[in-house]
Design a protein around this ligand. Structure first.
Ligand code: DGI
Ligand code: FE
Ligand code: FE
Ligand code: FE
Length: 187
């Protein structure tokens, strides 16, 4: 098991200083949410520090890993921005030795979510969106939701991410819709 300091050093080698700063912000937000919602703050810290571990890997390597690790091949049709979660979970296990399934799932699903999310998965999904460095228009509303209901914060983020993608006519990964249907849509 790596100490927090060792983990920080390994993560820092994988990314720009700007992204590393984002990762530290996600850790701050995730630990706070973990305290509020009764989840292990250590697990929240580890998942937050590693959630974007693969973000700056080259696309060819990520593409090949999606195939060799038997990840969802549909990922390949929806652009590389949604690859780093699933790929990151594989690499964090292989290269950092992290084995905890809940932490690996939190990394895997941090971008698109999924219908069933553990509290830790919800925390990383939301912390990524509301960390102190984020500045988009609705972020204060998202932070407010996270103070009272984690599920409401997940729903808010899911709705607004989808609206944002549609506003830019981006392709929607079907699993993003599955998350929307579970967390946002009315029955
Ligand atoms: O890695 P971060 O930048 O911290 O944040 P993230 O992992 O939550 O999101 C990365 C990007 O993924 C973000 O700009 C929105 C995009 N994204 C999320 N769902 C979808 C998507 N892009 C497409 N094309 N389709 C999706 O369904
Ligand atoms: Fe990410
Ligand atoms: Fe996110
Ligand atoms: Fe992130």
């Amino acid at each position: 098991n790596l100490s927090r300091k060792e983990l920080l050093e390994k993560v820092q080698t994988q990314m720009s200083s700007q992204r590393f700063k984002h990762v530290l912000g996600v850790e701050t937000a995730a630990v706070e949410l973990a305290q509020r919602y009764g989840v292990s703050t250590e697990a929240a810290s580890i998942a937050a520090l590693t959630h974007d571990y693969a973000k700056e890997r080259n696309h060819g390597e990520m593409h090949d890993l999606i195939i060799s690790a038997n990840l969802d091949l549909e990922l390949l049709q929806y652009g590389s921005e949604i690859w780093h979660g699933p790929v990151g979970a594989i690499l964090v296990k292989k290269e950092l030795g992290i084995q905890d399934a809940d932490i690996l799932n939190a990394i895997h699903y941090h971008t698109v979510g999924r219908p069933e999310m553990s509290l830790l998965e919800q925390i990383i999904y939301v912390a990524d969106y509301i960390e102190p460095g984020r500045v988009f228009p609705v972020v204060s509303e998202a932070r407010k939701a996270a103070e009272t209901s984690l599920a409401e914060a997940v729903a808010f983020e899911t709705e607004h991410t989808l609206l944002h993608l549609i506003g830019q006519k981006r392709k929607i990964y079907p699993k993003t819709i599955d998350t929307y249907n579970t967390w946002v849509a009315k029955p």
